[in-house]
Write a protein that binds this ligand. Structure first.
Ligand SMILES: Cc1ncc(COP(=O)(O)O)c(C=O)c1O
Length: 495
């Protein structure tokens, strides 16, 4: 303990070549100790170097950078003084955040869920999901109504899910290129329950898991509640850093890896095929369960929807892959229908975990879900067109009201991962909340509290006028004469 705080040393190592590959070209061209320290600090705050990662020895890094040993020593000294690294004889130098630097503001990403004191319902950008498509929901209810009495004659407990819905989910996987039998499907109350069940079955307290960084915030919460130690795979605007992911997997041999390769939440990026193959191979080598979250896979705005990641594995090579999905993004989160696809044996084990959690899913929801799923290919194009239009409207609003912010447009998904240029995401989200705009601050999506303070996740799931008004209010909060308190004090060496 130091100052009442538990001191944790490194749990994995970053090689000098790997660190050099992450540094910006200006630093590589003329490595100075201040610019090197600043670049490493930025990589830590952006989640591209995780916390508790051992940095290369000074001599090795100096060699890799073609810099003097004094430059690296000076940079490490600055990082140590400002609390971004810690060193101990025998344990080397590892990354951390300054004391007192951490999450601020509302914890849960649950939207406004209510009204402000003046009765204004506010604008809810905290949830990246659409309302139900009205026509298909009405049709599905009409289809379900005459079928309900037949089902209602039985007690209504179907721990694996309604047989016809299991078949429909299995058939869709098969059509998408991953041969699947109904016995390989468990119907769940959404993808979130699917993930929680998988984590409860496969992991025990203290087990190590890895996720992308940033990643879907409620998945991180599920892992925290299960008391799991989380490592990370960095996802920057340029995509997945698979080399570091492979070395993290090799060094930490986690029990489970969780990824959202198809229009990753929050960035909207699509994992390229070559990286999918490397991830499949790396997790197979380390005996790590690979949980692929396909909840957003159908929100393919600029490219065709990808085939399931597990379909890329050689025959018999995907048994360690567990795929989860739901109707929440293609249809409606209020339906609470999702699924797990795994081996039939694992599905039986998961059904036992589900019975312990909630006995069974709602028969009515599942009955309504069946025609929705079967009609997906017919109804999806209109939803995607709506989202494309709203994405353009959001981009126009951002360009008009906050030209200093930037973002990389992913080929799908429901939100933009906006870079504010300053570490004020939490303070801005809090101030915007007071002006009636509820938005996900970047830090909610980081594996380590206090990272991604430069970011906001802004979904384009509202209509163009509301999006413009929301961004106008965000801009007013950002440009307000009273400066926003940065979550990270700019260290004295930064100009
Ligand atoms: C990547 C991802 N996984 C899971 C979920 C949760 O989905 P569901 O409402 O089906 O539980 C979401 C919802 O935002 C999501 O974005």
């Amino acid at each position: 303990m130091a100052n009442g705080r538990v001191v944790q040393t490194a749990d994995r190592t970053l090689g000098s070549r790997q660190l050099a590959a992450l540094l910006p070209s200006e630093v590589l061209a003329r490595p100075g100790y201040r610019s090197l320290a600043d670049a490493v600090r930025t990589l830590i705050l952006d989640g591209r170097i995780a916390l508790r990662v051992r940095l290369p020895a000074e001599r090795e890094l100096a060699e890799a950078l073609g810099a003097s040993r004094a430059t690296v020593t000076g940079a490490y000294d600055l990082l140590r003084e400002s609390g971004y690294v810690r060193s101990r004889r025998g344990s080397g130098t590892w990354t951390e955040l300054p004391e007192g630097h951490g999450a601020v503001g509302a914890h849960l990403l649950l939207g406004s869920g209510g009204y402000q004191a003046d009765g204004d319902p506010g604008i809810d950008l905290a949830i990246a999901a659409l309302g139900a498509p009205e026509d298909s929901l009405t049709e599905a209810l009409a289809w379900a109504a005459p079928r309900l009495p037949g089902l209602a004659r039985s007690p209504g407990y179907h721990p694996f899910g309604l047989p016809d819905l299991r078949s429909a989910v299995a058939e869709r996987f098969t059509r998408r290129g991953l041969a699947t039998r109904p016995e390989q499907i468990l119907v769940t109350a959404g993808a979130q329950q699917a993930f929680s069940l998988v984590v409860s079955l496969l992991c025990g307290p203290g087990d190590r898991v890895v996720t992308e960084n940033p990643t879907y915030a409620n998945a991180l919460d599920a892992l925290r509640h299960a008391r799991l130690r989380t490592g990370s795979i960095a996802v920057s605007d340029a995509g997945w850093d698979m080399e570091i992911a492979e070395s993290t997997l090799r060094q930490t041999v986690p029990r489970l890896a969780y990824v959202v390769p198809d229009f990753h939440n929050p960035t909207g990026l699509l994992m390229p095929q070559e990286l999918r193959l490397r991830l499949l191979a790396a997790t197979r080598r380390t005996g790590t369960w690979l949980v692929v979250d396909e909840t957003i896979a159908d929100i393919a705005l600029d490219v065709p929807a990808p085939a399931p990641l597990a379909s890329l594995a050689p025959r018999g090579g995907a048994e360690h892959v567990v795929t989860i999905g739901s109707l929440s993004k293609t249809h409606w989160g209020g339906l609470r229908v999702g699924w797990v696809r795994a081996t039939a044996k694992m599905i039986t084990e998961l059904a036992a975990v589900k019975v312990a959690a909630d006995m069974t899913g709602s028969v009515l929801d599942q009955l309504v879900a069946q025609p929705l799923l079967e009609g997906l290919e017919r109804t999806l194009p209109a939803r995607l067109a709506q989202l494309r239009g709203q994405r353009e409207a959001l981009e126009r609003a951002l360009e008009r009201h906050t030209p200093e912010w930037s973002w990389e447009r992913g080929p799908g998904g429901l939100s933009l991962w906006v870079d504010l240029g300053e570490p004020v995401g939490s303070a801005l989200a809090e101030r915007a909340g007071a002006c009636g705009v509820h938005v996900g601050r970047g830090a909610r999506f980081g594996v380590d509290p206090g990272t991604f303070e430069h970011r906001l996740r802004i979904p384009y799931t509202l209509g163009p006028e509301l999006l413009d008004e929301a961004v106008r209010r965000l801009a007013a909060a950002f440009h307000d004469g009273v400066p926003l308190a940065p979550a990270v004090e700019r260290p004295h060496w930064v100009a």
